[in-house]
Design a protein around this ligand. Structure first.
Ligand code: 2HA
Ligand code: ZN
Length: 279
């Protein structure tokens, strides 16, 4: 019986979507070894057909209570798990968890076999979910990875949020339309801590993209596709930045700030104020 239920979970659209995302991210080169993590806020009707929500496999204590998320279900990647391996071993690499009524524990309902734990970045994920839900009722996904060119750019570009955002917007015409709020940037910090979780969440109130210098990026969105696409777009811009900076001939022409403003107007988005210099 147990096996039948678990088999159904693996066939559910949510787990299939997670397998596809982790595989794509690994193939993009953004998730070497156990790098990267994803959490997906699940609606009850997405899991009820697949899972017995009263069957708790294990309960884990949280160091950082999250009463704001009480009762909520999440599909998460596991701590120390390799994205490369998710598709061959989803019930080991992924887990479905529920936050307890008081917000101080999580119940594991499926997966994380072999005594696995949810992602080491759970503080950043949970605190970011809380921050994003306050500003976006459609919010569902937090995604972290080590997107190569964004990471590289944190060595070669100043870390001022407005300047970093402006450079990314200048690299590809679509950028200002895809992330008009720009990117937030933290100082370098130790990953996996409550402290970096709090700082990331503070930025998430304003930005859907938060860069961790010399480490990677956090993205937020309503779907896995949208969040992946957001990071993919910023990463592409960072790639263009790196390519043109290593080009001997240098930059011959750019998209001007006036053109970016015109573009934003044409697509009905409001770029973060203070980034573009033209008026
Ligand atoms: O181990 O990416 O930031 C996964 C990570 C930590
Ligand atoms: Zn990381």
């Amino acid at each position: 019986m147990l096996e039948i239920i678990d088999k159904k979970v693996i066939e559910s659209p949510i787990v299939k979507g997670m397998i596809e995302a982790t595989d794509n991210m690994w193939r993009m080169g953004w998730d070497e070894r156990n790098g990267g993590n994803i959490s997906y806020l699940l609606m009850e009707d997405e899991i009820i057909p697949y899972i017995d929500t009263t069957r708790v496999l294990r309960t884990l204590k949280l160091n950082f209570p999250v009463p704001e998320l009480a009762g909520k279900y999440f599909l998460v990647t596991g701590s120390g798990k390799y994205f490369k391996n998710v598709k061959n071993n989803p019930s080991d690499c992924l887990g479905i968890i529920q936050v307890s009524d008081c917000g101080s524990d999580i119940d594991i309902l499926w997966g994380l076999e072999n005594d696995g734990q949810p992602t080491s970045e759970l503080p950043s994920h949970f605190m970011s979910h809380i921050a994003r839900l306050e500003v976006d009722p459609n919010h569902r996904v937090i995604m972290h990875n080590h997107a190569t060119n964004l990471l590289a750019m944190t060595f070669t570009h100043e870390l001022d949020e407005n300047e970093f955002t402006r450079t990314l917007w200048q690299m590809c015409t679509e950028c200002v339309v895809v992330f008009p709020h720009g990117v937030g940037i933290l100082p370098w910090m130790i990953p996996g801590t409550d402290a970096i979780g709090k700082k990331t969440a503070e930025k998430m109130k304003e930005f859907e993209l938060v860069v961790w210098p010399h480490h990677g990026v956090f993205g937020a969105g309503a779907t896995i596709d949208e969040t992946f696409g957001l990071i993919e777009t910023a990463e592409k811009a960072a790639q263009i930045y790196t390519i043109i900076n290593s080009h001997q001939g240098g930059v011959m022409q750019v998209i001007t700030d006036a053109e970016l403003l015109e573009l934003a107007k044409a697509f009905g988005v409001t770029p973060k104020s203070g980034v573009l210099k033209a008026n």
